[in-house]
Ligand binder design. Structure first.
Ligand code: SAM
Ligand code: DTB
Ligand code: SF4
Length: 310
């Protein structure tokens, strides 16, 4: 496992002839994972909208009007009912997201109860709640939290263009307290936000510096949301996106690389290429947090066409 990738090395990798890149990514996948298995996670937005951060891609920021109705934190029993349903539909991990800048201690008992309850259902648990203190990360670990999702999103140079209410270092600090508490990391980024290829390479370099590498690396293709600063961003070219999935697979050979947001706008063929390029996880279900996702029938067809276990 390498932690010292340079921008130039990552750019050279991304620029290799397409077939060479995919071949190397397949080798990395097959060296560490079963090539016929796709890990399935299910998302639930447990607290919608009104977020104090200004992430330029997000429908849930209080800085923008996107027509989304804000709501309070869901009741524990409702979250557990959704988790049970997700399990029945084949989810292995249940990921709960809250539109918060940071977790408040007053919400910790409910969050801990959700974590414990989901774990008792026999699912892996994941939370994404914004920034955490060391003590909060410890409390979540005690409740049985397996993963914390906290993305670096892009390279450090482009980051302040996308969000100005927090710094890259604050993101790294939360990742650090999660690691110290023994919670595994789900950490990746978004492509198609108007970033340069150098910024994509820098994201990979920063993720690779984490020791060990994040256990899960979600690669999101921007879902443009009307009313947000990035609502009109030009979509990233499909094959260019596939290249970056392959780069993530090669740089993070042991990690689960998730083809995360953006599948709804992709053809079945483009999704198949992403899986060929080494992605070995998806979000299942008809919704991500606030936007649509392909859902069971389309995913079963895709898995069947590819001869993957579903
Ligand atoms: N508030 C928490 C945070 O920002 O860490 C958790 C929720 S936040 C919505 C989780 C991640 O979803 C973001 O870091 C971003 O990578 C991804 N995301 C949000 N909106 C997106 C969009 N429109 N398209 C693609 N990915 C998006
Ligand atoms: C991640 O990297 N992608 C997920 C999850 N982590 C929390 C979120 C995708 C959100 C897509 C836009 C939406 O549905 O609001
Ligand atoms: Fe808030 Fe997370 Fe959306 Fe940023 S991405 S505005 S932190 S919910």
């Amino acid at each position: 496992m390498r932690h010292d990738w340079t921008r130039a090395e990552v750019l050279a990798l991304a620029d290799r002839p397409f077939a060479d890149l995919i071949f190397e990514a397949q080798q990395a996948l097959r060296a560490h994972h079963s090539p016929g298995a796709v890990q399935k996670s299910r998302l639930l937005n447990i607290k919608t909208g009104g977020c104090a951060e200004n992430c330029g891609y997000c429908s849930q920021s209080a800085f923008v009007e996107t027509g989304l109705k804000a709501s309070k934190l869901m009741a524990v029993e409702d979250v557990l009912a959704a988790a049970a349903q997700a399990k029945a539909e084949g989810a292995e991990r249940f990921c709960m997201g809250a539109a918060w800048r940071e977790l408040k201690d007053r919400d910790l008992p409910a969050i801990a109860a959700m974590t414990r309850g989901v774990k008792e259902l026999g699912l892996e648990t994941c939370m994404t709640l914004g920034m955490l203190t060391r003590a909060q990360a410890g409390a979540l670990a005690d409740a049985g939290l397996d993963y914390y999702n906290h993305n670096l999103d892009t390279g450090p140079d482009y980051y302040p263009t996308v969000v100005s209410t927090r710094t890259y270092q604050e993101r790294l600090d939360t990742l650090g307290v999660c690691r110290e508490a023994g919670v595994k990391l789900c950490c990746g980024g978004i492509l198609g936000m108007g970033e340069r290829i150098e910024d994509r390479a820098d994201l990979i370099v920063e993720l690779a510096k984490l020791r060990p590498h994040p256990e899960s690396v979600p690669i999101n293709r921007l879902v443009p949301i009307e009313g947000t600063p990035l609502g009109d961003a030009a979509p990233i070219d499909g094959l260019e996106f596939v290249r970056w999935i392959a780069v993530a697979r090669i740089v993070f050979p042991r990690s689960t690389v998730r083809l995360a947001a953006g599948r709804e706008a992709m053809s079945e063929e483009l999704q198949a290429l992403c899986l060929l390029a080494g992605a070995n996880s998806i979000f299942i279900g008809e919704r991500l947090l606030t936007t649509p996702n392909p859902g069971q029938a389309r995913d079963e067809k895709l898995m069947e066409s590819m001869g993957l276990a579903s």
